[in-house]
Every structure is written in C-alpha cells, then in structure tokens.
Design a protein around this ligand. Sequence first.
Ligand code: PLP
Length: 404
Amino acid sequence: MSLKVARRGQIPPFIVMDVMRSAFARQASGQDVLHMEVGEPGTPAPAAARAAAAAALDGRPIGYTEAMGIPALRQAIAAHYQRTQGVAVDPQRICVTAGSSAGFILGFSAAFDPGDRVGLAAPGYPCYRHILTALGLTAVSIPVGRETRFQPTPETIEAAEARDGKAIDGLIVASPSNPTGSMLLPEEFGRLATWCRARAIRLVSDEIYHGITYERPAVSILALPRRGLAGAGADGAAGGAADGAIVVNSFSKYFSMTGWRLGWLVLPPELIRPVECLAQNYFISAPTLSQIAAVAAFDATEELEGHVRTYARNRAILWDALKRAGIADVAPPDGAFYLYADVGHLTNDSLDFCRRLLAETGIAITPGLDFDPERGSRTIRFSFAGPTAVVEQVAERFERWVRR
Ligand SMILES: Cc1ncc(COP(=O)(O)O)c(C=O)c1O
C-alpha cells in the first residue's frame, strides 16, 4: 500500500526555477547561456557587508540570534525608514526573516486562518499564490492590465468578488511589482488602502523592489499617513488605512544579497507576538552571519546606487531592442528589473516560445504563465538585473531571432 502524500505539497512549480535548471543543464553540456530568467542582481553583496561577515568569522561562535533578529539590525532597518520614507518605525515592530519568502510564511500564518481568502494581482509573483495554497488559504486572482498600471484597485477587486460571490479577507500588493515593474501611484495606493481598511481587509505590502525605481521613488504603505493619503478607517477609532498592514521587504534585490537569505517584516502591534512565536518555532532565527553583514549594507548607498544606474542602462537597451523587434506592448517598468511583454502576435504558448528561444539562441527568459496562469500564455518576462554586456548580447540575438 502506498503511503499518503499531503495535498499541501501539490502546488505548481515556481516555473522560473525550472527554467534556470534547464539553463544550467545547457551550460553543463558546454553550450552558452545568457541568463535573463531569474530576478537576481549579477553583483555581489556590498563590500562593507562582505567585510563585516569576514570579520565575524574570527572563531567567535555564530550561534542562534533572538527570533526577531539582532537588535543592531532591527535598529538599522528602522533608521532606513526614517531616511528613505521620513517615517519613524519602532524597531520592536521589525522581524528579521530568512528572505522575504520566510516573511510571507510568517505573515500569512499570523494574519490569516485556513480558508481565508487573500487577493492578489494577476500577473503577479507566483509564490504568493502557491504559499497561500500550501497554508490552506484561498488565493483570489484579481486580473489587472494596463488600464490600472497592472495594479489592483477597489474596482478590480469588486469585480473579482462579484465573480466569486465572496469577499476577500486580505490583499497582497507589490509596488514595484514582479513581473511588470509597475508601481501604485501614491494617491491610488492611499485610495486602495483606505478602501481595504473600511472593509477590514488586511493589506500585505511587498516592498522588496523599493530602491530600484526609474521615474519616481516608491512610497511605503508606512508613509501614506505622513502624506495625508490614509484617511481614518470606517470605524474611526481604528485609525488610518495603513494601520494593520504587514510590510514585507528583503536584502535580496536593492542590497544585492539574494543568497544570504535575509529579509524583514514590519508588523502591526497585534501581530508582533504571534509572529515572534511562529518564528521561534518555524525557524529559531534568521541566518546569523547574514544579519551581521546586513547591518553594514546600509552604509553602502554609493555602491548600491551604482547598481541602480546599471539597471537603468540595461532597461533602456532591452526596451529599445524589443521595440525594434516589433514588441511594443510592454508593461510600464517604473521599477524592479523586469520587462513584461505581450508577444501574443508571435505565440499563444509562452512555455514553448521560451523553450525554443533557449534552445536556438541560449537566451533564458521566463514564460508569463509563471505569473498569470490564465493569460500568461501570450507574455514573457526578461530580467535585466545582470551585467550590461549580457543585456547587449541578448538585445542583439533576440532581435535577430524574432526577425528570422
Ligand atoms: C515580488 C517578490 N517578492 C518576494 C521575492 C522573494 O525574495 P527573497 O525571498 O529572496 O527575499 C521575490 C523574488 O524574486 C519577488 O520577486
């Protein structure tokens, strides 16, 4: 008799990781690959962070930390909000996590019960959907498009609720978003947050791409009250629209530290202790060496801003190449390091399109199906976080391949 396998693990793959595996297999067989599939910087952690980690490897024990993270890092993260968003955040509200990925597990577990319905934009980051499903929650797809800069609005949520005949209990927003890079403009963010607060919908704001923006800086949900964009909740006494929101962030993207597996949450008061207890039990603590390194990462602004300038150059090169290749329907890439393009005039099977592109040119990109199971068969995503030399080669090869 075969043994039971739980339904929890029967979730779809994170397709981009499968693409990366195929790309590495191709590389191992001696063929070249131009990596534009995974959203990770091609640069190392900031020099100051690496130096701090090296100094900590002097024989001292690298033990567990307290579950919420080392005080120096929680204070440095709080100071970062004061500097970048002009808001005071109590370090007690910050929980340091093993990447934002662990932050989602902690935040979702603390805020929602099995069966709760959590809305998310489609296209959107696939792991939200899959983590929610694994935790026994219902991921509610909110189809969005160019009309709303690929961001959810009260109207698109109401349409999804009408479709399902059920309201949502929570909403995940990402600004800038993955895969589109598009942002919620501050007024729209305030309107959305106010609408959610009036309906007791808990907001989760994924701010992992903050710092990587091209037209205007991204606004944290924590800064909406300071800007006068978070009116009082429906019940008045409950306070402003940002109250109750969970903020998720990470050292992976702006700070160029993907493999160090470090992120953080900013929690509303009622979730601090539940998240602390969950973190103690699930993870004990986030990686200690990474926490020590990350404190120093906040002093590396010049180096990190240099990376953002590289992304801006890469974005321009790739965007021009897509236009020359006849691909003009690209989501507005306000931030992050992605171009999400509609290639419906070239294919109705983005998986096959990406497979052929890799086999025939060595260019690895991600099919839109990863981000939008319903409409992603006509879209593709390029990550331009790597070196400019790679982006230039991709631009040239991709254009030639499409025109062949
Ligand atoms: C929108 C978004 N959130 C979260 C993550 C997870 O990042 P990490 O766990 O490395 O912090 C990613 C990774 O690509 C992402 O794109």
